[in-house]
Design a binder for this molecule. Structure first.
Ligand code: ADP
Ligand code: ZN
Length: 319
């Protein structure tokens, strides 16, 4: 059990969510800010955290789970920074540097989708599993993979939402990804559905054939996961899927058809309803991911024997 409080900041393309606490059942403050220009946005987040320190007590570490691409390699010269992003003003912004300097605390750092995966592993629908994947289907499509208990991280964090997949027979819509056209993100993200339907996915009838192409792309992505990192479970969250629960049955069916009996493990045969499902933490998976990396960085600090960054505040934790 954690003995100190932690601050988490989920940095999203449109909003930043700040939380303070130790886990899903122990959140003592929560605040949402718009994502604008970097200096203003970061200053506003820092003010929220400083106010919490002044009124609720100090915390032991800060966790940042951000939109990417990010440099997550601790030995890299650009560790902690955002890479080249379509949100041009944010390219090169040093998130870890900013929060470390301002707070003199350990700062955990990961992507929004890896963070959500870690939160699901710690508190949600992947608890007790060593191998699983979290897919988000929202403004983009991202995948956080955990293998042997650790997030998969190669030269850079994987970008499996941009994999090109087999299309529904006869479907030649070009897709909306500006790099790849009909990659999974270009077929299944919220903006892809909007571009294809000419309106919001929220107004698209459940029997629209567009949903079949969305489910098919995500079923193909699940196929790739099953035959590569072989997760014990695949969780799918994000703004599109959380509002369109009918997609789950279609994705499972597409996966079964696509695998075509190749694997006979119970997860992908009789157990598909459990194998592919929603995140246990729902829409809180993202901000709790930031909290999870704060707990992790504090555990690393404790293991390395360095001094704690904060005092306890048990009274506040019971609020
Ligand atoms: P982000 O990806 O920025 O974190 P979300 O996960 O909330 O944000 O996803 C936002 C996307 O979800 C938008 O593209 C939006 O069009 C889409 N969306 C929101 N509500 C619905 C809905 N009811 N049906 C389908 N798509 C939706
Ligand atoms: Zn793409």
């Amino acid at each position: 059990m954690p003995t100190a409080m932690y601050a988490g900041v989920e940095m999203g393309g449109t909003k930043c969510v700040c939380i303070l606490g130790t886990g899903p059942d122990d959140i003592c403050a929560h605040e949402v800010l718009p994502t604008g220009e970097p200096a203003t946005t970061l200053a506003a987040i820092a003010q929220v955290l400083e106010r919490w320190q002044a009124t609720l007590g100090r915390f032991a570490a800060i966790g940042i789970a951000s939109f990417g691409p990010l440099d997550l390699h601790r030995d890299s010269r650009t560790y902690g920074r955002i890479g080249t992003t379509p949100k041009a003003l944010w390219s090169g912004i040093d998130l870890v540097g900013f929060f470390s300097e301002r707070f003199a605390l350990p700062v955990g750092f990961t992507t929004d989708v890896i963070g959500a995966a870690l939160a699901e592993g710690r508190w949600g629908a992947a608890r007790g599993l060593s191998d699983y994947a979290y897919i988000t289907v929202g403004t983009g499509v991202g995948v956080g993979m955990v293998v042997a208990g650790r997030p998969v991280l190669g030269r850079h964090h994987p970008e499996l939402g941009h994999v090109r997949v087999v299309r529904v027979a006869g479907d030649d819509w070009p897709g909306s990804c500006r790099f790849h056209g009909a990659c999974v993100e270009g077929l299944a993200s919220g903006p892809a559905i909007e571009a294809r339907s000419g309106g919001s996915g929220a107004n698209l009838a459940q029997d629209s054939p567009i949903w079949e192409t969305v489910a098919h792309a995500l079923g193909q992505l699940a196929h790739i996961l099953v035959v590569s990192v072989a997760p014990q479970r695949i969780l799918i969250g994000g703004g599109v899927i959380s509002a369109q629960a009918h997609l789950f049955a279609r994705i499972r069916s597409c996966l079964a058809t696509s695998l075509n009996g190749y694997l006979d493990s119970p997860e992908v045969t009789s157990g598909l309803a459990l194998y592919i499902g929603p995140p246990g933490l729902g829409t809180r998976a993202g901000p709790l991911g930031a909290l999870a990396v704060a707990l992790d960085i504090d555990a690393d600090r404790a293991a390395s024997g360095s001094a704690p960054g904060s005092s306890l505040c048990a009274k506040v934790r019971r609020l």
